[in-house]
Design a protein around this ligand. Structure first.
Ligand code: NDP
Length: 291
């Protein structure tokens, strides 16, 4: 039986650390994170609500800015510019995905690097490549590093396979695993990779960030591996009031008996993404307050 890595529990300890740090700071204003949501995509509504709730629970201020689905790039840019210039705002987060008329990369780069707590801008991705500790690191991969550390997973010299090469999960994940201190030997796979099953089966640490249910099956997992499931997929479910249930990219039931540690979906990586966002916001605040 694998150890189930409880992302909720680890996120709670990160929240406690943040609360502890905040309680020691006696300053004129609280950390403030501004959320921008364009349109009413149900998943985005739910993610932003969750982030606002956790910020509130930790004693941070959050502000929600809503733009219509039809918003132009100029409107979005001008809102970002005003938040960039607002000294009472430490962090600016534009919830993705954006409607098709908006350019995500351009948008992420519009956010001032010292307020880019998502770590999606060219500036922060560049700092991450250079292993610069000043980088804001994308929250999902940063959260996975915390999960691995706190679950006692050895990465040094180990073979890590990341399935997925997106700028927000796969690529920064690979960079974090290979950087000094983590010292894994990293392979990155994607939709054109040949022999995916064989490559995955060689992994001591297997990270699935694909966005397709059941991509990782038991035959693709090495006995005793640690498996991290990043995927969040909604699949129809008549028994649920919502009409859907969440599953990851890993076929949990077949994979779990084979591995040493595994994250569930939900309750694995997801809560850590939010926890890392809060930590990045605290760090942005400390930077702006000269602490
Ligand atoms: P993207 O769609 O941007 O990237 C998916 C990656 O998977 C791509 O690199 C793609 O390859 C690769 N891929 C697709 N199909 C296959 C396949 N059959 N075999 C191998 N690789 C494949 O997704 P994201 O990185 O943004 O997100 C991945 C998943 O993680 C999603 O389910 C998303 O919802 C979830 N997620 C969860 C978060 C959390 O907090 N838990 C946060 C962010 C994302 P190619 O590049 O060739 O197209």
């Amino acid at each position: 039986m694998a150890e189930i890595i409880d992302g909720n529990a680890v996120a709670q300890s990160v929240h406690a650390e943040i609360r502890g740090e905040l309680s020691k700071l006696n300053f004129s204003r609280r950390p403030c994170v501004a959320f921008i949501r364009v349109g009413d995509d149900p998943a985005s509504v739910s993610y932003v609500r969750k982030k606002e709730r956790v910020a509130g629970e930790l004693g941070m201020e959050s502000r929600l800015h809503l733009l219509p689905e039809s918003a132009s790039q100029e409107e979005l840019d001008s809102l970002i510019d005003s938040l960039n210039a607002d000294d009472s705002v430490d962090a600016v987060l534009v919830q993705a995905p954006l409607p098709p008329q908006l350019d995500e990369r351009k948008t992420f780069n519009r956010v001032r690097p010292d307020k880019d707590v998502d770590g999606f801008s060219n500036a922060n991705l560049g700092l991450l490549c250079q292993e610069n500790p000043r980088a804001f690191v994308a929250c999902t991969p940063a959260g996975i590093v915390e999960l691995l550390k706190r679950a006692g997973v050895e990465t040094r010299g180990k073979s890590a396979v990341v399935v997925g090469r997106s700028l927000i999960v796969g690529k920064p994940m690979a960079l974090l695993l290979m950087r000094k201190g983590m010292d894994a030997t990293v392979t990155v796979c994607h939709s054109k990779s040949e022999n995916l099953a064989r490559i995955c089966a060689g992994a001591d640490i297997l990270i699935a960030a694909v966005g397709r249910p059941q991509t990782i099956t038991a035959d693709m997992v090495k006995e005793g591996a640690c498996v991290i499931d990043v995927g969040i997929n909604r699949i129809p479910c008549a028994e649920k009031k919502s009409g859907y249930r969440l599953v990851g990219d890993v076929d949990f039931d077949s994979v779990e008996p084979k591995c040493s540690k595994i994250t569930p979906v939900p309750g694995g990586v997801g809560p850590m993404t939010v926890a890392m966002l809060m930590r990045n916001t605290l760090n942005a605040y400390k930077y702006h307050m000269g602490l």
